[in-house]
Write a protein that binds this ligand. Structure first.
Ligand code: URA
Length: 409
């Protein structure tokens, strides 16, 4: 049916009926695995056998302020692994990894397969836009899920994510499954089910897959918006990034290294990941990636070369107390309202705009304190984003910071 859909023999109404049935009744594991395999077979599979070394990949199920790929890919290459990364553009909150990288002047994410492979062979890493030839069934089915309200289904999400990961050819894949009010999965039980399903699909298709469930009840790091996130990723690679982002990148990198080469104990893998940041090797690797992909590596030492917004506006608090809850998706909507994300895939995004969070869960706030800083290019959009951001904060009794890493699988 999946191949028939790509070939035009299965009509939208038939696929919609299937998706609705899968959404309502669920799919057994065998059905989910068969759907994934059919989606992989609908297009080209990347053959990475020409590249020597251990090929590793990571995937995040998505969240607000998630710029881990920008930090982890250079870290993995600096440690000595091969990191071929194919990423997408974003729909919704902010751009995807490709949009973020394209905020670097000149940076190209459209790499031919030969160029992608030779760059990985030469410098250990490349980050390119996902080829439309890979898992085309997923692209078509996702568009249909979007308009038939069938996105929110664990078997369909698992098949969608894993078909792209399998088609990309890495042997070892680490999944960062986000849970919380800024993620697809709102509770730990559903996050566990999603992680288990994707790990089992990987095993079925002879890939080694691990997963870590991590918190998304507040934005990751502080920056939400494309160039702002690149800037924060550079700070993190330089050792001066936000503590939560730095810790998550170290833990995910260590887990992936341990998955790919169990000779590395987790503790040793963690030390290697930290050393890649501390020594500057990961930052140097990011500069190499930028240079190899025609970008202006001057952004590393001079982030002002990234697009900057004309309006920088603080959102001050009208209340006092301790931040006990944040509407994470709301912060994403504020960034999107400024132009950092797109509603429809043909929309243009503004790379300069976004929100930089100053106060997070557990922080004490006085009236007049800055909760967040808005970077915008349009006064009306800035006013709208200001209102959204202020409404995202809830004050109450001390809750402490949420635990960042919830479970390892
Ligand atoms: N990400 C994907 O790639 N697919 C989904 O279905 C959901 C999130």
């Amino acid at each position: 049916m999946t191949l028939g859909y790509v070939g035009g023999e299965v009509a939208d109404y038939q696929m919609s009926a299937f998706l609705m049935a899968a959404y309502i009744r669920g799919l057994s594991f065998d059905e989910t695995a068969a759907l994934t395999a059919a989606m992989v077979d609908s297009g080209t599979k990347l053959d990475l056998s020409r590249i020597d070394g251990v090929k590793v990949d990571k995937h995040s199920t998505g969240g607000v302020g998630d710029k881990t790929t920008l930090v982890m890919v250079p870290m993995l290459a600096a440690i000595g692994f091969k990191a071929p990364k194919m990423s997408g553009r974003g729909l919704g909150f902010t751009g995807g990894t490709v949009d973020k990288l394209e905020s670097i002047p000149g940076f190209s994410t459209s790499l031919s397969l030969d160029r992608f492979i030779s760059q990985i062979t030469e410098i250990g890493a490349a980050i390119a836009g996902q080829s439309s030839k890979m898992a085309p069934a997923d692209k078509m089915i996702y568009a249909l899920r979007d308009v038939t309200a069938t996105v929110d289904s664990i078997p369909l999400i698992s098949a969608s994510i894993m078909s792209k990961k399998i088609a990309c050819g890495s042997d070892f894949i680490l999944l960062d499954v986000k849970v919380g009010n800024g993620a697809f999965m709102k509770d730990i039980e559903h996050a566990r089910q999603l992680a288990h399903t994707m790990i089992a699909i990987g095993r079925n298709l002879e890939r080694k897959v691990g997963a870590i469930i991590t918190d998304m009840n507040q934005p990751l790091g502080r920056a939400v918006g494309n160039a702002l996130e690149v800037r924060e990723a550079i700070e993190t690679l330089a050792g001066s990034g936000p503590a939560d982002l730095t810790r998550l990148c170290v833990e995910l990198t260590a887990a992936l290294v341990n998955l790919a080469d169990p000779a590395y104990e987790l503790e040793e893998a963690r030390s290697n990941a930290e050393a890649a940041l501390k020594s500057g090797a990961a930052l140097d690797k990011f500069a190499e990636i930028i240079r190899a992909q025609d970008g202006d590596e001057g952004v590393i030492t001079n982030p002002c070369l990234l697009p900057v917004a004309t309006i920088v506006h603080p959102v001050t608090s009208e209340a006092a107390g301790i931040v006990c809850e944040m509407d994470t998706a709301g912060i994403g909507r504020a960034a999107s309202a400024l132009g950092a994300g797109r509603e429809r895939k043909e929309d243009a995004i503004d790379p300069a705009v976004g929100v930089v969070i100053q106060k997070k869960i557990g922080d004490t706030v006085a009236v007049g304190d800055t909760l967040a800083v808005i970077h915008g290019n349009d006064p009306d959009r800035v006013a709208l984003a200001e209102k959204i951001v202020r409404d995202c904060y809830k004050f109450g009794s001390p809750a402490g910071s949420p635990q960042l890493i919830l479970e390892r699988m």
